[in-house]
Design a protein. Structure first.
Length: 202
C-alpha cells in the first residue's frame, strides 16, 4: 500500500486556549512531525489546516481539522475523497483515556470508546482506518472525563510527553511503511527507562 499517499490526521480543538489540552495530543504530534520532516506550510483547506511532505519517500498530507473535535469527520472525509484515497490510507492520531498515560498503541478499526472525534470520523467514513492512540490515562470517574481531557497537560505529564512525542516523530517513517508493529516497538524502545550502568568491580 506504500505507493498510495497517506493522510495523517491529528485530532484536537482549534484555538490557543485548547493548544496544551490533553485532548489536543493529535495536534501536538502533527506539529512536531511537520517541523522535524520539514513539511510545507500549513494551509487552510477542508475546514482544517493541511501540510504536505514525505515520510520514507511516501507522499503524506498532514491534516488538523479546525471543526472542533466532535465534527472531525466533516474535515477528514472531504480531504480523503478529494485525494481519492482508500480508507486504509487514513491514519488518525488521537488522545486515548483507556490507555495508560505515556503509552502508544496502533490499531485498525474497532469502536470509538467514547472518543467524539473518532465517532465523527466513523460516522462519515466507516471504522476501518488506522488509529495511533496516545494514552493520557483515565481520571478514575466517568463524570470527570470531560474535565480531564480539556485540562492542560500537567508539569508531570510534560516529563513523559516530550520524549514520547519525540519518539513517535522518530518512528514515523515506519507508519509510512505500514509497519504498525515496528512503529510501536521503536517508540517503546526509545522511551524505555535507561538502566544505570553497573560499575566494574576489580
Amino acid at each position: 500500500m506504500a505507493d498510495t499517499a497517506l493522510l495523517v490526521a491529528g485530532l484536537g480543538n482549534p484555538g490557543s486556549q485548547y493548544a496544551r489540552n490533553r485532548h489536543n495530543a493529535g495536534f501536538i504530534v502533527l506539529d512536531e512531525l511537520a517541523a522535524h520532516y520539514r513539511f510545507g506550510p500549513w494551509k487552510a483547506k477542508f475546514d482544517g489546516l493541511l501540510s504536505e511532505g514525505t515520510l520514507d519517500g511516501r507522499k503524506v498530507w498532514l491534516l488538523k481539522p479546525q471543526t472542533f473535535m466532535n465534527l472531525s469527520g466533516g474535515s477528514i472525509g472531504p480531504a480523503l475523497r478529494f485525494f481519492k484515497l482508500p480508507l486504509s490510507a487514513l491514519v488518525v492520531v488521537h488522545d486515548e483515556i483507556d490507555l495508560a498515560a505515556g503509552k502508544v498503541k496502533v490499531k485498525t478499526g474497532g469502536g470509538d470508546a467514547g472518543q467524539n472525534g473518532l465517532r465523527s470520523i466513523t460516522a462519515a467514513l466507516g471504522p476501518d482506518y488506522r488509529r495511533v492512540r496516545l494514552g493520557i490515562g483515565h481520571p478514575g470517574d466517568k463524570d470527570r472525563v470531560t474535565g480531564h481531557v480539556l485540562q492542560n497537560f500537567s508539569k508531570d505529564d510534560i516529563d513523559w510527553l516530550r520524549p514520547l512525542v519525540g519518539a513517535m516523530v522518530e518512528a514515523a517513517p515506519l507508519l509510512a511503511r505500514d509497519d504498525d508493529a515496528g512503529f510501536m516497538s521503536k517508540v517503546a524502545l526509545l522511551t524505555a527507562p535507561t538502566k544505570p550502568k553497573k560499575k566494574d568491580t576489580e
